[in-house]
Design a binder for this molecule. Structure first.
Ligand code: F55
Length: 811
């Protein structure tokens, strides 16, 4: 990076001239943002080329992380922090009358992901570059990312996210690296010289054009690549030719259908919908990615046999699982390998992460759809199925039921999770409890057959974005206390533990938290018009809206608290601000009703004078990475209250902890490990265990009506959904009410209500002892190091990918 202030200024001004033909006076804010980005982009480019050169020269094994989603967040500020130039550039800009923060606001926040899975991919990219692991991303350059959420009359409204509108400063189009991807058509087979040759006829070809985004490390010279594929029509001349033949309309149709492939991100999280276009998206980027990997590999190697020594392909959930048959196709049809050789290489190259046990998220494609869109893929999957079923039969002769539950093609469906398991050498869950559930329940037959494949890799988050960048003043306190090496070695954060009872440090930590709360309060005021008390407890529940994540449990507790305050206005509670944010999938009715309920309640409670400002409820629209960066640093309480066993890991829980918020949560996902790390005294655990949840499923005996009838608070709150208590809502919340009573409360909200309310009372008491609370807060920060994605990514590198960090030296 450019370290000299004057040199920076000269280049910045020069960029304004050459890019826009303007001087500082005439340039718009956006011009200035683009000119600044260009300075950084140019500095990065040099290291980027050098990184690629050294990867190629050293022949180190490279990892390709295939994911339908990369939820990156803004890049400019992260580059300034990682490059160690933020202060210098801020000052330099100030000297020429420019406010860096104003420029940063110009950047769009690319929302190319739904939630946890997409954000995890982005944290992994950042950590790989920081640690020096030769790892690249492969995904789709969606023209429209996750929809923008607005709340209109209490309802979620979805607007398109046109993030590319003003151009994206961080991408490099590589037209010369484009590849073709083929859909549909028929496969002809014939024997040539004793081997089968397959030719694809009458297919529809699409051009996949890569846009490369540089991923730079922290204070090092590593720049890895995130390659996002854009779908384009194949030949311009195609249009001319068809125009001349009078087929202009068909040509246009072809062009627009091609464009559709990378047009939009599907907005469902933990929910699968068997759309043809989604399958097209999957094959599109997987085929393009694998073709480009093999092209690169062949520049240095003549035999494909060493592929798994030089390349690891990781698939982020089953969405890219078509990589298994596609790699088989490339190795056999294109490179001429035998089935057995190709299978060995494929399984040794590919590894797979599972992110959910929710049955509605499991991908299965109807055979007819799969076969007609991807005929060669179907042939290969069919063969894989025959072969693996035979080996299952040998292991479990006569056990038809078991084999049916393991078959890749069963009941006329292609089962992608099964394909991923059989076609890879490693299957991992994302937190210990989740991996155990995979092994013992969801994938027990596979675990029995392939015991060594299964392993755990507890998720992590990048502490550089989520602490150093998002909460710079807290980061500075930590650095003052323990030095700066926690930034590259996050486990060292535990040295901060010594300061947990230090009154001076406690006070500093409290001050920063309060400052962050004031910044959030200002934002809340601007966005909602509501004034919140910055001395109240900021209790934050931010994540996708989903029944299993139980925002409803939080809401019921708020309603009960409100009822008690109405009854007894002098009830002694610490004032609380309950803050929610999160998007609901557009077709997910109950999730949308949940948002509506929060919003309606907020308007009722926030204007009620009787409760003397002791309670406020806020719903912030359009939750995104950027909004998260404002929320995590300002939180006192982290809500992690999913039904035990349902949240594979959670990663928001880690971001809160790292910023000193204390968790109230169930023993689910990574909460279990957070609990182990901080100990009983520094977290509020409540509710059913996953074992109890499984017992209900297996033995029955859950009765929501009974819980409703026997708890007056629950009864009141539930009735309030449908008895006119909520202004202007007559039958609006009847379906929600029914889901909890008539449908027997699938996620045990009523069952956990009492335990949750009690944990909240305990929490309230603890918050009153200010220094005790801050002590807990510091414990949480100090124990957050193991939840850094640096740790996670090193585990993947050592135990799954078998690759090592490389230190990039020059230029
Ligand atoms: C998106 C599309 C489909 Cl078809 C299925 C799932 C998703 C998705 O977004 N899943 C997701 O975000 N899963 C989450 O992954 C996180 C990272 O591992 C976990 O922390 C979290 O528990 C899990 O729900």
């Amino acid at each position: 990076m450019l370290m000299d202030k004057d040199e920076f200024k000269t280049i910045f001004v020069n960029n304004l001239q050459t890019m826009f033909g303007k001087g500082i006076e005439e340039a718009s804010i956006n011009n200035k943002y683009m000119a600044l980005s260009r300075v950084i982009r140019d500095c990065i480019s040099k290291n980027w080329m050098e990184t690629n050169k050294q990867y190629s020269e050293t022949g180190v094994k490279q990892v390709y992380y295939f994911s339908m989603e990369f939820l990156l967040g803004k890049a400019l500020d992260m580059h300034l922090v990682n490059g160690g130039v933020k202060e210098i550039y801020r000052e330099a800009l100030e000297e020429i009358g420019i406010d860096l923060e104003e420029l940063e606001k110009q950047e769009s926040d690319p929302g190319l992901g739904n939630g946890g899975l997409g954000r995890l991919a982005a944290c992994f990219m950042e950590s790989m570059a920081a640690v020096g692991i030769p790892g690249h991303g492969c995904g789709i350059r969606y023209t429209y990312g996750l929809f923008e959420q607005k709340i209109v009359d209490h309802n979620q409204v979805e607007l398109p996210d046109n993030w590319l509108q003003d151009g994206y400063a961080w991408e490099f189009r590589k037209a010369d690296k484009a590849v073709e991807v083929k859909f549909g058509g028929t496969i002809k087979s014939n024997q040539q010289g004793g081997r089968w040759v397959f030719t694809h006829e009458n297919y529809e070809a699409v051009l996949a054009v890569p846009y490369d985004v540089p991923i730079a490390g922290y204070h090092n010279k590593t720049v890895n690549t995130l390659r996002l594929w854009n779908a384009e029509s194949l030949h311009d001349s195609f249009d001319f030719a068809s125009f001349n033949r009078g087929e202009y309309l068909e040509a246009k149709e072809y062009r627009s259908s091609v464009g559709l492939i990378s047009k939009i991100l599907y907005p469902q999280d933990n929910f699968y919908e068997g759309r043809l276009l989604r399958l097209k998206q999957q094959y599109f980027f997987v085929s393009a990615g694998l073709q480009s990997i093999i092209r690169r590999y062949k520049k240095k190697h003549t035999s494909m046999k060493q592929l798994s020594k030089k390349v690891a392909v990781h698939i982020n959930d089953t969405h890219p699982a078509i990589a298994v048959p596609e790699l088989m196709r490339l190795l056999m049809d294109q490179e001429g390998l035998s089935w057995d050789d190709a299978w060995k290489i494929t399984t040794e190259t590919i590894s797979y992460t599972n992110h959910t046990i929710m049955p509605e998220a499991l991908e299965t494609w109807p055979v007819e759809m799969f076969k007609s869109l991807l005929p060669r893929m179907y042939m290969i999957v069919h063969e894989i199925n025959e072969r693996v079923c035979r080996s299952f039969w040998d292991a479990y002769p006569g056990d038809w039921e078991r084999i049916r539950g393991m078959a890749v093609i069963a009941d006329n469906m292609v089962h992608m999770a099964r394909l991923a398991v059989v076609g890879s050498h490693s299957v991992n869950g994302v937190a210990q409890i989740h991996t155990d559930i995979l092994k013992e329940h969801i994938m027990s037959s596979f675990h029995n057959f392939y015991p060594k494949k299964f392993n755990n890799k507890t998720n992590g988050i990048t502490h550089r974005r989520w602490l150093l960048k998002a909460n710079p003043e807290l980061a500075a306190i930590i650095t003052d206390c323990i030095g700066a090496n926690w930034i590259t070695d996050p486990q060292n954060l535990d040295e901060f533990e010594r300061f947990a009872t230090d009154k001076v440090i406690q006070e500093k930590v409290q001050k920063v938290k309060h400052k962050n709360k004031k910044a959030l309060a200002k934002y809340i005021k601007e966005k909602t018009g509501v004034t919140v008390d910055t001395r109240s407890i900021f209790d934050v529940h931010i994540k996708r809206i989903h029944s299993y994540k139980r925002q409803i449990l939080n809401i019921f507790h708020i309603m009960d608290l409100y009822n008690r305050l109405k009854e007894n206005p002098s009830l002694s509670i610490t004032p609380r601000t309950f803050i929610f944010a999160g998007k609901a999938a557009p077709g997910y009715y109950i999730a949308k009703q949940t948002i509506k309920l929060i919003s309606v309640l907020a308007s009722l409670i926030n204007k009620d004078k009787d409760i003397k400002g002791k309670l406020k409820v806020i719903f912030l629209e359009n939750y995104s990475v950027s909004l998260g960066e404002l929320l995590f640093p300002a939180a006192d309480v982290s809500e992690q209250i999913s039904t035990a066993s349902k949240e594979a890991s959670g990663t928001g829980n880690m971001k809160f902890m790292l910023n000193g918020a204390v968790t109230i949560g169930t023993l689910d996902g990574a909460n279990v490990e957070i609990h182990e790390a901080v100990g009983d005294d520094n977290i509020f655990i409540f509710g059913l265990t996953s074992q109890q949840v499984f017992d209900y499923y297996i033995h029955g005996g859950y009765n929501a009506w009974q819980l409703y009838s026997s708890d007056i608070r629950l009864k009141t709150v539930l009735e309030q959904l449908v008895n006119g208590f909520l202004p202007y809502q007559k039958e609006e919340f009847r379906p929600l009410y029914n889901s909890l009573l008539a449908d027997n409360d699938e996620f045990f909200v009523l069952r956990d209500f009492d335990a949750y309310a009690k944990a909240q009372v305990e929490l309230d008491k603890r918050y009153k002892q200010k220094n005790k609370w801050t002590e807990m807060s510091i414990h949480n920060i100090a124990q957050a190091g193991i939840f850094s994605s640096d740790r996670t990514i090193c585990e993947y590198a050592n135990e799954i990918w078998h690759t090592k960090p490389v230190v990039i030296t020059k230029p």
